[in-house]
Design a protein around this ligand. Sequence first.
Ligand code: ADP
Ligand code: MG
Length: 290
Amino acid sequence: MQTTTIDKREDTDTRDTLERLEREFAADSPFAQPLTGRAVVQARGLTRTYGKGDAAVHALTGVDIDIAAGRLTAIMGPSGSGKSTLMHILAGLDEPTGGTVWIDGAEITRLKEKKLTQLRRDKVGFIFQSFNLLATLSADENIVLPLSLARRQADEAWRRAVIEAVGLQDRLTHRPAELSGGQQQRVAVARALITRPAVLFADEPTGNLDSRTGGEVLDLLRRSVDEFGQTVIMVTHDVGAASIADRVVFLKDGRIVLDRARMTRDAIYDTIKNLETPAAKPVARVAVEV
Ligand code: ADP
Ligand code: MG
């Protein structure tokens, strides 16, 4: 069973990082991107049932969601609420039992495997809790791997900008085993950004990191949104991580129970605690413009 990180007593480093982020990326910040309002990912009527008959698990029971371009959206909810299932379906890694998903206007739930693989390669970036780097490749080779697989050349200026953004200039020839967890996750972020994906999905990106290096990775994700206009969808148990998001979507029992624009850590903490209490009444869904 997964544990939930809802401890309010984060260390000073994390709090400082988060407070700085809150200041730097306030809506009136010179770095803030104008809102485009365009939905990069859309889903309607998503259901996902695992197994059959008495053993059936209804992991998603009817999810509608629009993810606006150039925003950081956090998906939270108790363990087993359907977060990973939703992320995998939105990213085209799993098929829903019912419902429809569009990425960048293309209906992915109709695509055959070959076209879907191509679309994922061109439009989607991933960051996983466990980094998922190739052990035999250097940091640099890992970063450009999605391009190598697509037989595409790296745009040199973009490659340099990404490597500089993740601060790995002097670690490029190192293999993953020679890098700290935080550095490995920064390689993974660079690898996800290198193709300039329409959307970047992150599943518990700070789950294997201590709070300081986790804070660095969050800083990076936030900057990818504010400086590069990247669209990011992040599944997280971490209240601090969700508090840097522009929008926080809460799942419970396979459906969205709360959908809010930027929330403070205290508000997120209280909401999660409420959702994890078995007797808690579902919170009314509040629609927000983001
Ligand atoms: P979360 O990421 O929020 O913890 P998941 O999406 O992993 O939740 O799981 C949602 C529900 O679906 C849980 O009850 C889980 O046990 C179930 N589930 C997830 N994957 C499978 C699977 N491959 N086979 C059967 N049940 C699954
Ligand atoms: Mg999960």
